[in-house]
Design a protein around this ligand. Structure first.
Ligand code: BYC
Length: 480
């Protein structure tokens, strides 16, 4: 079998030889109707019979793996795609460093691995649920298409994790696969597993912030899991990362286009003070301080997804060779970390201080630090756009202690600069940092659909280039 090309003959497209794996094929075919029911219940509200210009993977070769065409979302060919197996791949870290990567799961690591796969799997449908209503207020057909592309690919990422559960975990894998279809984002009784995936994505600025910040956590976690000694997990994460890149592109360019439109409108109207919110809002654009508040919200919610700064789970997963570090292969150390230390920000007697901690226990912190560096790259590109218009304003990531619910700083209340506030001060100043009810109402008032091909809502600039190099007036979604 050619592991680069995808077999589209059966019900489930794949490059894993499903045709000759009757047991897993049957299990997945049994799971399939439940997935379609979930998609119909919890996927994009409406638009299911619209034709959407989507890309579908036809190969896992990094050069030319996608084909673009009009597809109705329920007919999208979700499937199982793994990056090609690397000949002679070795485990790169932990106690098994240097041993051949595993094609089957070592018994002693089964529970740990299952937990990692289930948590990863749970986030994928969760994000689709969170974004369910956004199609109705899309600022253009271009943006609507990007939303639906992200949604179908998150659906496929769920398939990716379900395949691993069904193939390698027997009965309990099948039960976990079912449970992934049962939990619901924000449901008080059966919520999704991680906090940020139970929050609402109520408007398009939130959607772009989510795809910028939260999908980037996806990138970091997938990069760490792509290092896994369990080769099928590594291969599936490697392919997922190619799709993830587009999601972050949607987020980064989405925010860029909003910032650009705001600055252009301010210039045209002769407004130079970004804090003159009343005047800026009269122009029908989103003022920069509100964009900053949304960034504060989504960045802080996403930091929680890295878990506790000091974590035995993370140490165990690394030691076992199941979850590595960001770009493990590029790091210059022993890749075992038994004796090393890593600086961790801690809360000591109400003060935030750096402390050297055992490197193995500090792996969540380390991944979070790498994440913050990665986040800052795009933020500086947003700031370039502002700078070019001559407006005096800079978007800044808040301090890591700001607005936290998991880990060291969940025990304190800090402002965006990391100054510890009393609970009363925090309550009083909360809406200086995070969107207020009025901010939310204002953004909501802008969320009016613009579905004419080639047109864009007044609060967002058009993109520089179209998807698949299509011209500006291209009809990305034929709404039915
Ligand atoms: N909410 O030892 P700790 C994506 C729990 S996003 C609730 O620090 P660990 C995507 C934790 O489960 C990437 N609970 O945890 C993006 C543990 O509970 P138990 C998703 C939390 O394991 C956009 C306890 O607290 N992938 O792909 O070191 C769209 C002790 O914590 C939270 C992954 O996350 C939380 N935020 O770190 C679509 C990778 N944080 O088990 C998709 C897989 C911690 O003691 N997961 N807890 O009862 C992991 O690697 C780790 O499980 C975590 C947590 C990084 C999540």
């Amino acid at each position: 079998m050619n592991i680069v090309d995808v077999d589209y003959d059966g019900l489930i497209p794949n490059n894993v030889g499903l045709g000759s794996d009757e047991r897993v094929k049957r299990a997945l075919e049994k799971w399939h109707p439940g997935y379609i029911d979930w998609w119909n219940d919890m996927g994009p509200d409406g638009f299911q019979s619209s034709l959407v210009y989507l890309r579908t993977a036809v190969s896992v070769d990094p050069k030319g793996w996608a084909k673009f065409d009009y597809v109705k979302m329920p007919d999208y060919r979700w499937g199982i795609l793994l990056a090609p197996q690397l000949e002679g791949r070795k485990i790169a870290f932990g106690a098994h460093k240097g041993e051949a990567a595993w094609q089957e799961i070592p018994g002693e690591y089964r529970a740990m691995l299952r937990r990692l796969i289930v948590i990863q799997g749970d986030t994928e449908p969760a994000s689709v649920e969170q974004q369910r209503y956004l199609g109705k207020t899309a600022p253009s057909l271009y943006d609507m298409r990007n939303l639906f592309q992200v949604n179908v690919e998150e659906g496929r990422h769920l398939w990716a994790m379900v395949y691993l559960l069904q193939k390698y975990f027997g009965t309990d894998g099948r039960e976990e696969a079912e449970a992934l279809l049962q939990r619901r984002s924000g449901d008080p009784d059966t919520p999704r597993m991680l906090g940020a995936f139970n929050e609402k994505t109520p408007d398009w600025l939130s959607f772009f912030m989510f795809t910028y910040f939260t999908d980037r956590d996806g990138k970091m976690q997938l990069e760490a899991l792509a290092q896994s000694g369990f080769d099928p997990l590594s291969r599936t994460c490697r392919f997922m990362l190619t799709e993830e890149a587009h999601h972050m592109f949607v987020g980064e360019t989405g925010v860029t286009r909003i910032v650009q439109r705001t600055c252009e409108a301010m210039k045209e109207a002769g407004i130079s003070d970004p804090y003159d919110i009343t005047k800026v809002r009269k122009l029908g654009v989103i003022d920069l301080p509100t964009i900053q508040k949304k960034a504060n919200l989504h960045f802080s919610l996403t930091l929680d997804l890295f878990g506790n700064e000091i974590s035995t789970n993370a140490a165990n997963a690394f030691h076992a060779g199941l979850k590595g570090r960001f770009r493990e292969e590029r790091l210059q150390d022993d890749h075992q970390l038994e004796g090393g230390t890593y600086p961790v920000l801690r809360l000591k007697d109400g003060k935030i201080e750096k402390e050297d901690s055992p490197a193995l226990s500090a792996l969540n912190m380390r991944l979070r630090d790498d994440y913050v560096v990665d986040c800052n790259l795009g933020v500086s590109r947003w700031n370039k756009v502002i700078e070019q218009t001559g407006i005096q304003f800079q978007i800044k990531l808040p301090h890591v202690a700001f607005h936290r619910h998991i880990g060291e700083f969940s025990r304190t209340t800090a402002d965006v600069d990391g100054n510890v506030l009393s609970p009363a001060e925090w309550t009083e100043r909360r809406t200086d940092f995070l969107p207020s009810a009025q901010d939310k109402d204002y953004i909501e008032s802008l969320m009016q659909p613009q579905w004419e091909a080639g047109k864009f809502a007044g609060w967002i600039a058009p993109p520089k280039v179209g998807i698949d190099n299509k011209p500006g007036e291209f009809e990305y979604v034929k709404i039915a």
